[in-house]
Design a protein around this ligand. Structure first.
Ligand code: IPM
Ligand code: MG
Length: 360
């Protein structure tokens, strides 16, 4: 691949600021390794609602479809958060994008950085060395099942409904993705469900038990989600690859960010049947918008995942090395900076990483 076409969906809040840094990193790596990158910006989220009344307009979808990869910032805006009556919400744009691009597998690595161990509220010895991947199913379950918004029923009681619906093919394909990851790592897969209560989870467990013998080199175990939530903070090193449904994966990966010490450090890749999307797991942090204080590292590490997705391992490694070097040199945004060290902003951290890559 000598030419890379990237759709740039910066979105809301701090999205545009951190994406700007990630784009500079893409460029720095491309210059070094001799790629030509073509960027096409497109609107999404609250910005798109304001512009055209649709958080994921068809024009944006076409741009994503025509690209090799999507670099996605964040979406969300407080104007919609406290308004349950809002008919269109920025989040619907993200969900529509995931569904329309067929992005059923969300890969969320949880790693620790030695120099940030103290930032985790957990004890050093618990988090040091934790390194696992959560494979979150992304286009099924309650997020997309039959819904009913709050309405008054025949008995005069207000009711609402979300359905946790899964089909066998949906479960099978995500399990195969998870096994592939487990094979390339420490060969340990934990299937997280709530099969003691939920019928949909019993489907997951049944399908997983059937598939497991196809991967005899991988040790498979099963864990209820409540237990997994506890185990993750009690003994995160237990996990290598975990696979779970959409809603559980959403919750567990926010919990996972606590292990790392900052939400601003976790990247993700969403992959499936068409253009993959690379995005940080954190949100749009409207309070930080325009202040040059947002941590660009999760977005920059998403660029590493982008290159790695195309099997450009050296390129990904260089970005990871640059990020590690910036942390080691205390070139850090305020929320992870050590006492007394100079404060760096979003742009300064981004530029430092770009310079590191260029001078390497
Ligand atoms: C995430 C986010 C989204 C989700 C929101 C913004 C819709 O929390 O990517 O984890 O729930 O999937
Ligand atoms: Mg989430």
């Amino acid at each position: 691949m000598k030419e890379i076409k990237i759709a740039v969906l910066s979105g809301d809040g701090i999205g545009p600021e951190i994406v700007a840094q990630a784009v500079k990193v893409v460029d720095a790596v491309a210059a070094k390794f001799g790629y030509k990158v073509e960027y096409t910006p497109a609107i999404v989220g609250a910005a798109a609602i304001d512009a055209v009344g649709d958080p994921y307009p068809e024009s944006t979808h076409q741009i994503c479809m025509a690209a090799d990869a999507v670099l996605f910032g964040a979406i969300g805006d407080p104007r919609f958060d406290n308004n349950p009556e809002a008919k269109v919400r920025p989040e619907q744009g993200l969900l529509a994008m995931r569904k329309k691009l067929g992005l059923y597998a969300n890969i969320r690595p949880v790693e620790t950085f030695e120099c940030l161990i103290h930032k985790s509220p957990l004890k050093d010895e618990i988090v040091r060395g934790a390194d696992f991947i959560c494979i979150r199913e992304l286009t099924g379950g309650m997020y997309f099942g039959k819904k009913q918004e709050p309405t008054i029923n025949a008995d005069g009681v207000e009711e609402a409904l979300d359905t946790n619906y899964y089909t066998r093919p949906e479960v099978e394909r995500i399990l195969h993705v998870a096994y592939q990851y487990a094979r390339q790592r420490r060969k340990h897969l934990t299937v997280v469900d709530k099969a003691n209560v939920l019928a949909s989870s019993r489907l997951w467990r049944k399908v997983a038990q059937e598939i497991a013998p196809q991967y005899p080199d991988v040790e498979t175990d099963f864990m209820y989600v409540d237990n997994a939530a506890m185990r993750m903070i009690q003994d995160p090193k237990f996990f290598d690859v975990m696979v779970t449904e959409n809603t559980f994966g959403d919750i567990l990966t926010d919990e996972g960010s606590v292990i790392t010490g900052s939400m601003g450090l976790l990247p993700s890749a969403s992959t499936g049947s068409s253009t993959p999307v690379f995005e940080p797991i954190h949100g749009s942090w409207p309070q930080g918008k325009g202040l040059n204080i947002a941590n660009p590292l999760a977005q920059i590490l998403s660029v590493a995942m982008l290159y790695e997705y195309f099997d450009l391992k050296e390129e990904g490694m260089l970005i990871r090395e640059a990020v590690n070097a910036s942390l080691a040199e205390n070139v850090r945004t305020p929320e992870i900076q050590v006492e007394g060290a100079p404060k760096y902003g979003t742009r300064e951290v981004g530029q430092w990483i770009v310079d590191y890559i260029a001078n390497k």
